[in-house]
Ligand binder design. Structure first.
Ligand code: ACO
Length: 428
């Protein structure tokens, strides 16, 4: 007999189905709760709520496990190419040679942005945050492909949107950066692979013939893989919620970019470096900043520490920490801000406040350090995260659409005024 959970409300007992996943994750299925009992559940921030079943990514926060479609992140980060991982996430299996060559070919041939998009890009103020430009451009680009707005289009048409997204987001991201630094945009080049092409569009200038540095390209490949998916995080959930209304994929991903922007999510990598710079400029007194982070009256948090799911360690942080050391050694970088990062890590890891709460450096703590070493400006860090997370968002959207999931529409417990009569302004 399948397992059930018993719920007793007002002396009545209800049986709710229990779901067990292949990794022994358990959930009480409450999808019929309101119909059965008249009650809803309340779970602010969804800390205990499974919003969907999903076959894309498995993570175990206690054991520090992360797998894409069953493959351990450690193996993928060491051996795979980013686009291979993108294919795996989106289509469910690793591609064979022919499938991979076709996939890469499609993506390589869709990297150009419609020239009319340049008008929009050039209109942004010089100080525009590139995440704002990326989110807006993704919505704008849907207007160039009106057929993408048809929720009932065939599989081939959906694949075309997927290729376009994967191909054009690096171009948009690099152009947003060029806009911010007042340099001419660099067009994509088909001779380069995905990561090389992005690095080239970021750093090439008309005055010289830039050659992408393999150390930079490899580090970027690893970082993008580490960020490629993370199951039902804030931005992936946003993509699913927006997509559940049958909004098009560009618009859904644009919403994901906005969700990622916040400093409690992907924006943390920018916030980490800004925090380290503040600490340095303040004289480098780490004890003072650690005390601020522990003080409940102070809103300051140690950026890059803590995670909603990982309470022992973040497996991505382990890989990225090693990558950070490699990159700094290979590029011969000496940076006082990075020294502060190392000291801060040591002090926090030995402090009982952080230990008791399971607060460890997360992926964003080290990714900011690598991006800085690669000469990527701070405001671009979250864009880099978006570039990596793109296949995850697409995979989450595709799974949701493929399963015909209902529109996302949570309930609430109303806590406002009871009914009252309108009072004319003269009598208030
Ligand atoms: N610095 C100081 N204290 C912290 C921190 C931190 N970075 N993070 C959590 N805490 C404390 C909280 O004050 C709380 O303490 P309390 O139990 O005494 O009240 C306890 O640890 C639990 O924190 P919550 O906020 O309940 O944990 P939650 O799971 O809601 O938040 C989050 C997770 C948002 C990541 C949080 O740890 C945080 O704000 N970290 C800094 C921002 C950051 O690095 N974000 C990137 C996340 S990784 C990613 O998105 C890729």
């Amino acid at each position: 007999m399948s397992e059930t959970a018993k719920l007793i409300i007002e002396d009545k007992t209800y049986e709710l189905p229990v779901l067990t996943g292949p990794e022994n994750e358990k959930a009480i299925d409450i999808s019929r709760l309101r119909a059965m009992t008249g009650y809803v559940t309340l779970d602010k921030g969804f800390k205990n709520t499974g919003s969907t079943t999903s076959a894309i990514t498995f993570l175990d926060g206690e054991k520090g496990i992360l797998r894409y479609r069953g493959y351990p992140i450690e193996q993928l980060a060491e051996k795979a190419e980013f686009l291979e991982v993108a294919y795996l996430l989106i289509y469910g299996e690793l591609p064979n040679k022919v499938e991979y060559a076709n996939f890469k070919n499609h993506i390589t041939h869709h990297t150009l942005i419609h020239e009319d998009m340049r008008v929009f890009l050039e209109a942004y103020p010089i100080k525009a945050h590139p995440m704002g430009i990326l989110a807006a451009s993704l919505s704008t680009i849907s207007t160039f492909y009106p057929e993408s707005q048809d929720p009932n289009r065939p599989k081939e048409a959906i694949d075309l949107t997927i290729y376009r997204l994967l191909a054009k987001v690096p171009t948009l991201a690099a152009w947003a950066y060029k806009n911010a630094v007042g340099q001419p945009v660099v067009y994509p080049k088909n001779k380069f692979d995905y990561c090389e092409n992005f690095v080239n569009m970021m750093f090439d200038l008309p005055a010289y013939d830039y050659v992408p540095d393999p150390v930079v390209v490899n580090a970027l490949n690893t970082l993008l893989i580490l960020h490629a998916d993370h199951e039902q995080n804030c931005s992936a959930s946003t993509v699913r919620v927006v997509g559940s209304s049958q909004a098009n994929l560009y618009a859904s991903v644009s919403a994901g970019v906005s969700a990622l922007w916040g400093p409690l999510h992907g924006g943390a990598n920018q916030a980490v470096i800004e925090m380290l710079e503040n600490i340095k400029n303040d004289g480098g007194n780490l004890d003072k900043w650690i005390s601020k982070a522990k003080d409940k009256e102070d809103s300051f948090r140690l950026m890059g520490f803590g995670h909603r799911v990982y309470k022992n360690f973040d497996p991505r942080a382990k890989i990225i920490k090693k990558a950070a050391d490699d990159v700094l050694n290979k590029l011969g970088i000496i940076d006082p801000v990075l020294d502060i990062a190392k000291q801060l890590e040591e002090v926090a890891l030995n402090d009982s406040y952080f230990k008791e709460r399971g607060l460890y450096p997360n992926v964003d703590f080290y990714s900011g350090i690598i991006y800085r070493a690669l000469d990527i400006p701070t405001e671009m860090f979250t864009v880099m995260f978006a570039l990596g997370r793109l296949p995850g968002w697409i995979a989450q959207w595709k799974e949701m659409v493929g399963e015909n999931q209902p529109i996302s529409r949570p309930r609430q417990i109303y806590t406002g005024s009871k009914e009252r009569n309108f009072v004319e302004i003269d009598n208030r």
